[in-house]
Write a protein that binds this ligand. Structure first.
Ligand code: GLU
Length: 482
């Protein structure tokens, strides 16, 4: 049986980091087994679904590089891939179940259901549907229709429990009596999630359902539906939740840990870092690797190495992974990632000059959002000194160092990092200044800060004119006052 998996977002908001991880696991599984990844849009909650949300989810998936093989935009043999375009299918299948005696029309109103639910709870009984419409005759149904009552379709829950052999959780037993007869088709003609999901997973010939653990209780209902529909059930793998630091489910923005993929994207995180981090929140490679590329994961991912318990989302760890990717990326990749974050003056640079600048500063980046700040010293003619840099320039023999270096560099030929380095060392020897006392004033003079790329690289990126002007400015500003 060919591997066919699906990612089935509800377009009611943004792509959640948990959703991204589910999509990634499905993507990896499909690629590893040369199978197909189906993208299905579960938009039957009309009030909460929107086209903008669908576009946003698809855009985030593309940004993550998680392509699919069939979907609403691509089409495919099992389409349409939006549930709102498959309504007649659900109605046919519901009618079929009614015809077989596996489901029945229900005419109870919401108010009646609510009242009986409360009464059951008050009496200490499970608040299940009481089966009132289960045995209605054709004439009774007719009478209720004539009354203008709402008509839904309810499934007859079989008496026996269910058993699931989950690929992550192992054997899971769902005892009988856990659920009452549940609705398949609402009175407005729209299917419930469980029903649409089964009709579609069966119709789309899905072989493996890899989804969040929160759906485990739905799986019990879905297994019953496969049996009633006479369809083979797919394999299931329920992956554990992603948790906040307090181990509650990560569903809202708490502190720094944003839940939307788009928030991380806008904050300057790169897709590779987010994917590596998310995959390892749940998947255990069996060794101590802390960063796994897509290729690594394609080689070692397996569902039986996905843990059973939830993992806490740690923004600091994600930042560390992101920095690693930025520090090690090639020039082209850095340029592509960095493009949306470039400050205006950088946009007009020739690609080679920009590439050199990005490579020069990347060691100081944690996120791409650091780019404007790190690039600033190299893009403007004037420089603002940060307080640390001011202090470095006011200390000891800083002014002397700057003045001597300006003199030594004035006629340096050719202008290269190596040449600048040896000129700086000569100045140090001549003045009897070394180490921090030598480098910090120069760094402060050139960049206005006390961290950044190596000085020879800074000299190359700035060029002779700016290097000299900035050293002289220090002498004027600090030395003039002495
Ligand atoms: N639309 C459901 C969700 O977004 C999908 C659940 C499933 O994968 O079956 O949670």
């Amino acid at each position: 049986m060919p591997v066919r998996v699906r990612f089935a977002p509800s377009p009611t908001g943004w792509l959640h980091v948990g959703g991204a991880r589910t999509a990634y696991f499905n993507w990896l599984f499909a690629r590893q087994h040369e199978g197909a990844l189906v993208l299905r849009i579960e938009d039957t909650d009309v009030a909460r679904s929107s086209a903008e949300s669908e576009d946003g989810v698809l855009d985030d998936l593309r940004w993550l590089g998680l392509g699919w093989d069939e979907g609403p935009d691509l089409g495919g043999p099992c389409g349409p891939y939006r549930q709102s375009e498959r309504l007649s299918l659900y109605r046919d299948r519901a009618a079929h179940l009614v015809g077989q005696g596996a489901a029945y029309p229900c005419f109870c109103t919401d108010a009646e259901l609510e009242e009986r639910r409360r009464a059951a709870l008050a009496a200490g009984r499970p608040p299940h549907y009481d089966g009132r419409c289960r045995g209605l005759s054709a004439a009774e149904c007719h009478a209720r229709r004539a009354e203008g009552r709402p008509e839904s379709v309810r499934f007859i829950v079989p008496a026996q429990g269910q058993r699931l052999d989950d690929l992550v959780r192992g054997e899971v037993a769902f005892p009988a009596g856990m659920v009452g007869d549940f609705v398949l088709l609402r009175s407005n003609g729209l299917p419930t999630y469980n029903f649409a999901c089964v009709v579609d997973d069966a119709g789309m010939r899905i072989s493996h359902v890899i989804r969040a653990e929160e759906h485990l209780s739905n799986t019990a209902r879905q297994l019953m539906l496969y049996q009633a529909l006479g369809e083979p059930a797919p394999h299931f793998a329920h992956v554990p939740l992603i948790l906040n630091a307090d181990r509650t489910k990560m569903s809202k923005r708490t502190g720094e840990a944003a839940v939307a993929v788009g928030d991380w994207r806008r904050a300057g995180f790169v897709p590779e870092a987010l994917l590596s981090y998310l995959a390892l929140l749940g998947f255990h490679p069996g060794d101590d690797r802390e960063i796994l590329t897509r290729e690594d994961l394609l080689a070692c991912f397996s569902l039986d190495r996905v843990g059973k318990s939830g993992s806490v989302f740690d923004p600091d760890k994600l930042r560390w992974v992101n920095a690693h990717y930025l520090h090690h990326a090639g020039r082209e990749r850095l340029a592509t990632w960095g493009a949306p974050f470039l400050p205006d003056p950088a946009r007009s640079l020739a690609p080679a000059a920009l590439g050199a600048l990005l490579e020069g500063v990347r060691g100081n980046l944690t996120t791409l959002a650091d780019l404007p700040g790190e690039l600033a010293p190299f893009l403007s003619e004037t420089l603002a000194w940060e307080p640390d840099a001011e202090a470095a320039l006011a200390a000891g023999r800083a002014v002397e160092v700057c003045a001597a270096l300006a003199a030594a560099l004035a006629d340096l030929a050719p202008w290269s990092g190596e040449q600048v380095k040896s000129a700086l060392q000569s100045v140090g020897r001549a003045l009897g200044v070394k180490g921090r006392d030598l480098f910090q004033p120069v760094r402060a003079a050139w960049t206005g800060r006390t961290h950044g790329p190596e000085l020879p690289l800074v000299a190359e990126l700035l060029g002779r004119d700016r290097c000299l002007a900035r050293l002289r400015a220090v002498a004027l500003r600090n030395g003039g006052a002495r």
